[in-house]
Write a protein that binds this ligand. Structure first.
Ligand code: ABN
Length: 177
């Protein structure tokens, strides 16, 4: 009988110690210590301050500034309309059946290939309904209507025989001074 009681005593003691270890004062102090040290060390660890995560950067390809069929093309910095390069025309030529607007607006765009600024004339192409392909709206140095020559948000076909707007070309006028 005493053997069984001894065994029961030891078992109870072991259990009680285990409970005391995980819920007692010492364990609380231990956990607090871990939290304090962790809180102090964590901000010292090196981390990416660039604002962009590596994986996100890898997943998003950089826009190509040299593709005239994309809105990111460098000459389109103050463009507003449909790219004529997507509408049967080119960077500088209106599509067949349309004619260049008699008036236009200008933008000043940085060419990343030679790091120089160029004056770009944006001419709407007139005479057909809206092309509807490759819409593009960039507004670098663009100004409201009271600075008409650098305002892009109106139909520049207004002075043509047909005021119908189709798409827009981007012609280099020269180096910006
Ligand atoms: N300059 C392009 C355009 C045409 C019609 C309406 C808004 C903008």
């Amino acid at each position: 009988m005493s053997l069984i009681l001894d065994w029961f005593d030891r078992l109870s003691e072991r259990r009680m110690r285990r409970v005391a270890q995980s819920h007692g004062r010492r364990s609380l102090v231990g956990r607090l210590g871990v939290a304090l040290v962790g809180g102090a060390v964590l901000p010292m660890l090196p981390f990416d301050r660039s604002g962009q995560f590596g994986s996100a950067q890898a997943a998003t390809p950089k826009p190509d500034p040299n593709n005239p069929e994309k809105c990111e093309y460098w000459r389109y910095c103050a463009f507003d309309g449909y790219l004529c390069t997507c509408c049967g025309g080119s960077l500088t030529q209106c599509p067949p059946g349309t004619e260049a607007s008699k008036v236009s607006w200008v933008g000043t765009c940085l060419n990343p290939n030679d790091n120089r600024h160029y004056l770009v004339s944006y001419n709407d192409c007139c005479g057909k309904s809206a092309c509807g392909q490759c819409i593009c709206n960039n507004n670098e140095r663009e100004r409201p209507g009271y600075r008409l020559g650098v305002h892009n948000d109106i139909n520049w076909c207004m002075a043509n025989t047909s005021p119908m707007f189709h798409c827009t070309t981007s012609v280099i006028v020269g180096l910006a001074s």
